[in-house]
Design a protein around this ligand. Structure first.
Ligand SMILES: [Zn+2]
Length: 58
């Protein structure tokens, strides 16, 4: 079986996070936590495209 999963990379430090997505995955306002730089970035994911949500959404 081919690997349909794809790691999400941290938009801050470009490190691989522990989050995987599939091409069908859709996320909205997902708090992506980076274990390396400890930054949390809120993202949307659709069609394997990652869109960073800017601004404070908490
Ligand atoms: Zn990072």
């Amino acid at each position: 079986m081919t690997d349909n999963n794809k790691w999400i990379y941290c938009p801050v430090c470009q490190s691989k996070t522990r989050i995987k997505i599939r091409k069908e995955t859709e996320l909205k306002f997902f708090p992506l936590f980076c274990p390396k730089c400890k930054e949390e970035t809120v993202i949307h994911v659709k069609n394997e495209n990652i869109h960073i949500v800017h601004g404070n959404v908490s």
